[in-house]
Design a protein around this ligand. Structure first.
Ligand SMILES: [Zn+2]
Length: 139
């Protein structure tokens, strides 16, 4: 289960709306409790570095990802996962998303329709990246 604090959540939605009709992406930072419950306190909007049509693809700029890693360390927190948007699509986890994901991390997908936030879901890929399980998401 993952809970996204209000300020982080606002940053994610704003980033997704601003990027529309392209996909946005970013990093979620926070802490994981002993019971496995994840709390996102910071969302870091990143540049979509995918070279091609970004309406259904994203690639987190490696420089931005490094900066997010650094920020997490500075704050004594952990990179808990990543977020991206689906412009005019539902918040499902696509085959491409699965292929490009890493095990353990939470992947939040925000559905943006006509520039407005619709819904969001979170997924965690299994160790061999053959499937992803939905994760309970609170925001
Ligand atoms: Zn996707």
């Amino acid at each position: 289960m993952i809970r996204i604090e209000s300020e982080a959540w606002q940053a994610m939605v704003e980033h997704a709306k601003r990027a529309f009709p392209k996909e946005c992406c970013g990093v979620m930072i926070g802490a994981e409790a002993d019971d496995g419950k994840r709390q996102v306190t910071h969302a870091i909007p990143c540049r979509n570095a995918y070279e091609g049509d970004q309406k259904d693809r994203f690639l987190i700029d490696p420089k931005d990802q490094l900066a997010a890693d650094r920020k997490a360390r500075e704050l004594g927190l952990t990179v808990l996962g990543f977020f991206h948007s689906h412009p005019n699509e539902g918040s499902y986890f696509s085959a491409t998303d699965l292929k490009n994901s890493w095990p353990w991390y939470s992947n939040v997908v925000l559905s943006i329709r006509d520039g407005e936030f619709k819904e969001a879901k979170s997924f965690i890929a299994n160790d061999d990246q053959t499937a992803a399980d939905p994760e309970e998401l609170e925001f």
